[in-house]
Design a protein around this ligand. Structure first.
Ligand code: PLP
Length: 443
């Protein structure tokens, strides 16, 4: 038994005792190949000596200094680097401890921006149905994951909800891609107008949907349309890159590939690659400047913001990504993984879609490939795949099983950027075997 309140209170997870590269070892000596980088976190694999050395050196120098009194060289250097490389440049950076905190910060920053600029009537966000933005109350409220929201509904702020951009499941055959995109943008505009544009703070979206649907990219032009609508109605565009950002999709930020500059971007997971808990909010300069020129104080903050050891880990990770040209590696290995997945599952009767960007790829599992009908939610196929994969020494990130089953079953693959071609082959072979076993169980 355990005294830790794990998420699944009736189960105790396996104890990890060692980790190196793509591999994690448990207390019984079993090794697991980490094909999802945990939850798209571990971009450099485990035990990278340079990151470990950077954290150790920072521990020796200044392990912690409260930001009410001090900044640190390492946090400043990290922020400079993030600001310089931010979409559109010209950003200021808020350092926090994870993805939910980053989202919470972004929501409050956006709200305070309007308070400081004389538009205090702006008090609501607009966000998408199939989305996940974190588990704290603000982040949970903007997210559309009904299963996670249900118990807390009375505590969540009211959010205007529109459809996600999910071509595989939602585009009717009678529509072209462009028509589907136009329909989504029309729906968004109508929702903005109905809510009253002057009451809205921001539109929140993941550029590539991660934790609710495995790696769903937008249609071409979707985010350009979103940006235009946000500009038209004076609404901020907040891009949640907690999962899809920091190189995971083959560019430092996923949204770069859509040719759009958000007002606020959040990052976490891959920022510190799991070596330390860290997240960041990149806000365009005019946002911070408005607060600086107004009250001068962002009414927010946590004890561990700008933590020097977390900053040291993230700085080392980001320097390695640049020095070793890992964005190119992500593109190349991503193409290899996609080709291997197509080879293994391209005509599989229960794999409806293979999609994603870079090393952020998802499979959608369906009962019927032609009609795209998902398996009944009660089958819990995604959970069976997770267990079968784990039994075969493979870690994948499955998702699915909303209360009404509308989400279907998905498997997300997000291996570390240092994955070898041999390991990619191994991942696909084990996954095919796991899927076979899981399907045998649920049918
Ligand atoms: N936003 C997105 C898109 C995520 O995928 C997640 C976590 O999965 C979060 C926010 C929340 O991040 P964290 O779990 O670090 O709080």
């Amino acid at each position: 038994m355990t005294s830790i309140m794990h998420r699944h209170l009736r189960q105790t997870p396996v104890t990890a005792v060692g980790a190196s590269g793509l591999s994690i070892t448990d207390s019984a000596g079993r090794r697991y190949l980490d094909a999802s980088g945990g939850a798209a976190v571990s971009s450099l694999g485990h035990g990278h000596p340079e990151v470990l050395a950077a954290v150790h050196a920072q521990l020796d120098k200044v392990a912690y200094a409260h930001t009410a009194f001090f900044t640190t060289e390492v946090a400043e250097e990290l922020a400079m680097r993030l600001a310089f490389n931010a979409p559109g440049g010209e950003s200021e950076v808020y350092l926090c401890s994870g993805g939910s905190e980053a989202m919470e910060t972004a929501l409050k920053l956006a709200r305070q921006y309007f308070v400081e600029t004389g538009q205090p009537q702006r008090g609501r966000f607009i966000a998408r149905r199939q989305s996940y933005h974190g588990n704290t109350l603000g982040a949970l409220a903007v997210g559309g994951n009904e299963l996670r929201r249900k118990a807390f509904a009375p505590l969540l702020m009211d959010v205007v909800r529109v459809a996600e951009c999910y071509e595989y499941r939602n585009r009717p055959e009678t529509q072209t891609r462009d028509q589907y995109t136009t329909v989504l943008l029309d729906e968004l505009e109508q929702a903005i107008v109905r809510a009253g544009p002057e009451t809205l703070i921001g539109f929140v979206a993941e550029p590539v949907v991660g934790a609710t649907l495995g790696a769903v990219p937008p249609t071409p032009g979707y985010f350009r349309g979103v940006r235009a609508l946000c500009d038209k109605y004076g609404i901020l565009f907040i891009a949640d890159e907690v999962m899809c950002g920091m190189g995971r999709c083959g560019t430092l930020y996923a949204i770069e590939q859509d040719g759009v500059v958000p007002d606020i971007v959040t990052v976490a997971k891959g920022l510190g690659a799991g070596y330390q808990p860290i997240g960041a909010v990149l806000a365009r300069k005019y946002i911070a400047q408005a607060i600086r020129a107004g009250s001068g104080i962002f009414q927010h903050g946590h004890t561990y913001i700008g933590h020097p050891c977390a900053a040291a880990a993230a700085l080392a990770v980001q320097k390695i990504i640049e020095r070793d040209k890992l964005l190119d590696v992500v593109k190349a290995r991503g193409a290899t993984l996609r080709a291997l997945l197509r080879e293994a599952f391209g005509s599989h009767p229960h794999v409806g879609d293979i999609r994603g960007r870079g090393l952020f790829l998802g499979l959608e599992l369906v009962e019927d490939r032609i009609s795209r009908r998902p398996f009944p939610a009660a089958c819990k196929l995604h959970a069976a795949v997770k267990v079968a994969a784990f039994e075969r020494g493979l870690i994948v990130y499955p998702m699915g099983g909303t209360i009404d089953g509308e989400r279907g079953d998905h498997v997300l693959l997000a291996p570390p950027f240092i994955v070898s071609d041999g390991e990619l082959g191994d991942i696909v072979t084990r996954l095919a075997d796991a899927l076979r076993a899981a399907l045998a169980q649920v049918r």
